[in-house]
Design a protein around this ligand. Structure first.
Ligand code: ADP
Ligand code: MG
Length: 449
């Protein structure tokens, strides 16, 4: 048997054992490139596919190979970028491109990421108030809406808008204003670090030197006493000096249960706007902008289908878009509107009404191939920490459960663990496209359960 034949047989078997979308996504462009001294070498078209296949299907593949050729003892996985290019010479590599786009780094000084800009922010009925208020701040920094508090559900554009606002203030005023963007996680860490190292004065000076302070996801500060205290003083110091403060949160100040009363009323003294769910036209426009940024395009019919199906989370919209573009490149012969609908089906049937916490935990455990006991247990191994955090994130995102309840469900932990997990995963989703892809697949599994 040649190595080609051996691999064809293996693929045939894999195709039966795993779902069709997974097979097409991960294995269709794989090859067996060598089989010597019991070591079978499998090549995959990119780094992400390699890691994924190795981790997820490695055992299965070795098992199948060994039933075909008992001399095989192990497998080695390599990346061979030429695989895809050989097959489809003209098609670009969407995943790689998208990585390049997302690899734009935060500026270490301001914390702002240049990928967020005002021009790429699509304005529609759901965010026009927020956008108008933000725009008017650019020409009246610190004078008009101060603080500027913007709230809305996950994935609806808060981070994009406040970062774009920071970038635009910097650009328009040619660096006259010192802008600083921090997540509330970062702010909290700074304060904790300063307390431990007796450097609280440094931190104070650092933050109080800023002209425009942008704090993302302020809800995570709530309840951390020392951090709140420090934030309150920073806030006052800046505010008294007419420095601009911009804050985002997933809910209005009143609804952040553990936030101190005096902070709530401070926030209410400024401008509070919300961002809602985008309407259909806005979703279509956003898809088009995202495609353009990646140098891709899709047929209108397909764009419309996506916009119809994904209604409540723009981050998810982007994730699906990436997935579709990826399939279009790699499985062009199968690609048509029906295929696209099928790709989306799994992700979209979020029947949140009858989904239970146990289903989510079970599906996450299954996806990561660990046991439920591990996921809710006390172990601290790396392989368990990520799935545990993912489960907590999904309990929050898909079921809107409270943090104390999530912590209870996940093995009677402290509620701050759940908050931390949510923040961590949210952050990873923003920063790491490979992780977003993974998350989409986890959700598919949840929805199928
Ligand atoms: P949030 O901070 O509210 O959770 P993000 O700002 O991170 O959401 O947005 C999630 C993704 O959706 C980002 O990639 C962002 O660029 C995109 N996005 C959200 N709203 C818009 C919009 N109005 N126009 C263009 N892209 C948007
Ligand atoms: Mg955000």
């Amino acid at each position: 048997m040649t190595i080609e034949e051996l691999w064809q047989k293996t693929l045939g078997e894999l195709e039966i054992q795993i779902s069709r979308p997974n097979f097409l996504t991960w294995l269709k462009n794989s090859r067996l490139v060598d089989n010597k001294e019991g070591d079978a070498m499998v090549a995959l078209p990119n780094h992400f596919a390699k890691e994924w296949v190795e981790a997820k299907y490695g055992k299965m593949i070795l098992g199948i190979l060994r039933t075909e050729d008992s001399s095989i003892r192990k497998t080695t996985y390599i990346v061979d970028g030429s695989i895809v290019r050989k097959i489809e010479p003209k098609e670009p590599e969407p995943v790689e491109k998208q990585l390049a786009f997302n690899e734009l780094k935060n500026d270490p000084e301001s914390g702002l990421n240049p990928k967020y800009n005002i021009k790429s922010f699509v304005v529609g009925s759901s965010n026009e108030m927020a956008f108008a208020a933000a725009s008017s701040i650019i020409d009246a920094v610190g004078e008009k809406y101060n603080p500027f508090f913007i709230y809305g559900g996950t994935g609806l554009g808060k981070t994009h808008l406040i970062q774009a606002l920071g970038n635009e203030i910097h650009r328009r005023h040619k660096g006259k204003y010192k802008v600083k963007y921090v997540s509330s996680e970062k702010f909290t860490n700074d304060v904790i670090w300063a307390i431990r190292n007796k450097r609280i004065e440094d931190i104070k000076n650092m933050y109080r030197n800023i002209d425009v302070l942008i704090i993302d996801d302020i809800q995570f500060i709530g309840g951390k006493e020392k951090t709140e205290e420090e934030f309150f003083h920073t806030f006052n110091a800046l505010h008294e000096n007419n420095k601009q403060i911009i804050i985002s949160s997933d809910r209005p100040p009143r609804a952040i249960p553990i936030l101190e009363e005096r902070l709530k009323s401070r926030f209410e003294g400024g401008m509070i706007v919300d961002i809602g769910f985008p309407d259909y036209e806005t979703r279509v426009a956003i898809i088009k902008v995202k495609l353009q940024e990646r140098g891709e395009n899709l047929e209108d019919e397909i764009i419309n289908t996506i916009a119809q199906k994904i209604q409540r989370n723009i981050r998810e919209l982007e994730g699906i878009l990436n997935k579709i573009v990826f399939h279009r490149t790699h499985h062009s012969h199968l690609f048509n509107p029906t295929y696209v609908e099928k790709l989306m089906e799994d992700v979209v049937t979020q029947s949140a009404t009858n989904l239970t916490p146990t289903q989510i935990i079970k599906a996450v455990a299954e996806f990561y191939e660990i046991s439920i006991t591990d996921i809710v247990g006390r172990g601290r191994k790396k392989e368990i920490v990520e799935p545990r955090q993912v489960a907590m994130f999904l309990l929050r995102e898909m079921l809107n459960m409270s943090y104390p309840f999530i912590a209870e469900k996940m093995g009677k932990r402290d509620h701050t663990t759940a908050i931390y997990a949510f923040d961590k995963i949210n952050h990873a989703l923003n920063e790491n496209p490979a992780f977003s892809q993974k998350m989409i697949m986890v959700k598919e599994l949840v929805n199928k359960s």
